[in-house]
Design a protein around this ligand. Structure first.
Ligand SMILES: *[C@@H]1O[C@H](CO)[C@@H](O)[C@H](O)[C@H]1NC(C)=O
Ligand SMILES: *[C@@H]1O[C@H](CO)[C@@H](O)[C@H](O)[C@H]1NC(C)=O
Ligand SMILES: *[C@@H]1O[C@H](CO)[C@@H](O)[C@H](O)[C@H]1NC(C)=O
Ligand SMILES: *[C@@H]1O[C@H](CO)[C@@H](O)[C@H](O)[C@H]1NC(C)=O
Length: 537
């Protein structure tokens, strides 16, 4: 049992310290040795995981705090992870890693920003053996942690590294058809690569301003390039059909690559595709057409057809409806969802070809968009978005923007609701279809229970942020917004609420809070100035 060196040590009386330790060790039973080895392994894992925390820091401190507990596994967790089932998971990870190493350069993500990050973090081709050992160890921990709810693999532990060597899995996610037989799909979470080429069709009065803020924050914090309207416009010349020349820097290619396009436009895929790369992810959001009509009527009270009416019922009953097609801004009054998607909006329940046109509308949207969210289920929508884009919970947390005060809301009576459904029959069909597919998607991609847990986590995070950031704990009347630069744009009869910030000393936190409440117009301006610093009006 004794090694030759140890025997030697015993024979050297001068080295009293080593001989002392040696004697102490030998006098104990072999089980002590086993314990010592386990202890060393544990320390090595802790050091490695702590090292990875440094990487997590690069992704922003928020990721760190959110996942701190998972980043530092307890001794029990580590011991638990040595069970046969998990070891099988490690083997498949090993195989995947080898496959990845073999053709890591062929399968490099096309996204240059991500590639750059990957390059920094994964020098796979020069990877030493010890690095490989660490990887499989992380694989072991990942497989274990994967079973826990609300774990964000994509951004917590070794985000880019995992995304990179699990290329098979990533490709499944990118093609939007997660495989149920995926070796890593344990708790509904898979490792994947965050998407950063995105088109969001910003529809009207659908909580889309809140999504815009999410996209602005995501892109700004990662230095992504936005396809912004030319000449400091706030919209992409809505209600005209979108054209490439509407985007600053697109014609003449002053900007080499665009990542995110999300300002109001009337959608037309062929033109958008001239600006955005092929792998771009397209999504949008719908809202219940009855609630939407009420909101639009209040917000756009100033457009000609609404101005002539004294109430929405009056508008719906009246011959005013026949004037809708005559003035350019009147499209707001009729099937505005279909209109925003670039479809003809002149359909009612009385149109003889309603069914056929509804079918074609749905088919067109399904062809051009990978994901359609539903405003009525906004938090579920954010969770579904997070999963499809492979983002973290932090990335989709929000404060409601551009929302009306309760005082300016008037839920329509049932009889009015029926009239709206008939008048906006096309929007109504589109909504019914995508509400159904939305829930189907939630169920198949995340699962009903899991989505509930994640919605709870999102609301918890939101409440925590509100407590830190917001002076009054929530939205206030625009007249009470102290910082005039943060006052939201007001329109029609609607009262659009704003926020006041707590005085915060932590600059990073203050900055984050500020961005969360920055209204659309102000944020668009800010991004324009950042992206085109030399341009002046
Ligand atoms: C690794 O690659 C080989 C051949 O390229 C393939 O047959 C095998 O299924 C791959 N393994 C995994 C786990 O993807
Ligand atoms: C974004 O750009 C700024 C200024 O060029 C730089 O300091 C910062 O590190 C960049 N951030 C990321 C995430 O690349
Ligand atoms: C709807 O509008 C389009 C063009 O905007 C027109 O060609 C078509 O005839 C209209 N259909 C009906 C039923 O009014
Ligand atoms: C949308 O789908 C949910 C879930 O299936 C359902 O409860 C709800 O009634 C649907 N909404 C409409 C307007 O049909």
């Amino acid at each position: 049992m004794l090694s030759p060196q140890r025997r030697q040590t015993r024979e050297q009386p001068v080295s009293s310290l080593t001989s002392c330790v040696g004697r102490w060790l030998c006098s104990r039973r072999p089980s002590l040795w086993v314990l010592l080895i386990i202890l060393i392994i544990c320390i090595a894992i802790q050091i490695f995981v702590a090292h990875q925390t440094g990487h997590a820091k690069l992704m922003g401190p928020q990721h760190l705090t959110a996942n701190k507990q998972q980043l530092f596994p307890t001794l029990q967790n580590i011991l638990e992870s040595f069970d046969p089932e998990i070891l099988r998971g490690t083997q498949s990870l090993e195989t995947l890693r080898k496959n990845r190493t073999a053709d890591s350069y062929n399968r490099r993500p096309q996204d240059p920003v991500l590639s750059r990050q990957v390059d920094k973090m994964v020098p796979l081709e020069t990877e030493p053996q010890s690095e490989a050992g660490k990887l499989s160890l992380v694989g072991l921990l990942l497989t274990k942690l994967d079973n826990k709810p609300r774990l964000d693999l994509s951004h917590s532990l070794v985000p880019q590294r995992v995304g990179t060597y699990l290329s098979e899995d990533t490709e499944q996610r990118l093609s939007n058809s997660p495989s149920p037989s995926s070796p890593l799909k344990a708790g509904g979470e898979t490792a994947c690569l965050p998407k950063s080429h995105i088109v969001f069709l910003k529809t009207h009065k659908t909580a889309s301003s809140t999504i815009l803020n999410i996209l602005y924050r995501y892109g700004e914090s990662r230095n992504l390039t936005f396809a912004l309207p030319v000449k400091r416009q706030m919209q992409l010349f809505y209600p005209h059909f979108f054209a490439e020349r509407f985007v600053e820097g697109a014609v003449g290619r002053n900007v080499k690559e665009f990542h995110i396009m999300c300002n109001h436009m009337r959608f037309i895929k062929s033109e958008v595709a001239k600006v955005m790369p092929e792998e771009t992810f397209y999504f949008s959001i719908l809202r219940h057409p009855v609630v939407m009509m009420e909101s639009i009527y209040t917000y756009y009270k100033s457009i000609p057809v609404f101005r002539k009416s004294f109430s929405m019922d009056n508008f719906l009953d009246n011959s005013l409806r026949n004037q809708v097609s005559t003035v350019s801004t009147n499209h707001y009054a009729h099937n505005v969802l279909a209109f925003d998607f670039g479809l003809e909006n002149n359909v009612t329940a009385d149109s003889s070809d309603l069914e056929e046109r509804a079918r074609r509308a749905v088919a067109a949207i399904e062809r051009d968009f990978q994901l359609i969210l539903i405003s009525e289920y906004f938090d579920e929508s954010m969770i579904l978005l997070k999963h499809t884009l492979c983002w973290s919970l932090e990335d989709v947390v929000y404060f409601k923007l551009n929302s009306r005060s309760e005082g300016s809301r008037q839920p329509p009576l049932p009889v009015t609701a029926e009239k709206i459904k008939r008048w906006n029959a096309l929007d109504w069909r589109i909504y019914l279809h995508f509400n159904a597919t939305f829930w189907h998607r939630v169920e198949s991609l995340i699962g009903t229970e899991q989505v509930k847990r994640e919605v709870d986590a999102l609301r918890e995070l939101q409440a925590k942020l509100a407590k830190t950031c917001l002076k009054d704990g929530g939205a206030v009347h625009p007249a009470k917004v102290k910082d005039v630069r943060m006052k939201p744009y007001q329109s029609g009869k609607a009262v659009i609420q704003g926020y006041n910030l707590n005085p915060l000393t932590d600059i990073q936190m203050r900055n984050k809070c500020q961005k969360l409440i920055t209204p659309e117009l102000q944020y668009t301006k800010l991004l324009y100035n950042k992206q085109f610093p030399g341009f002046h009006d």
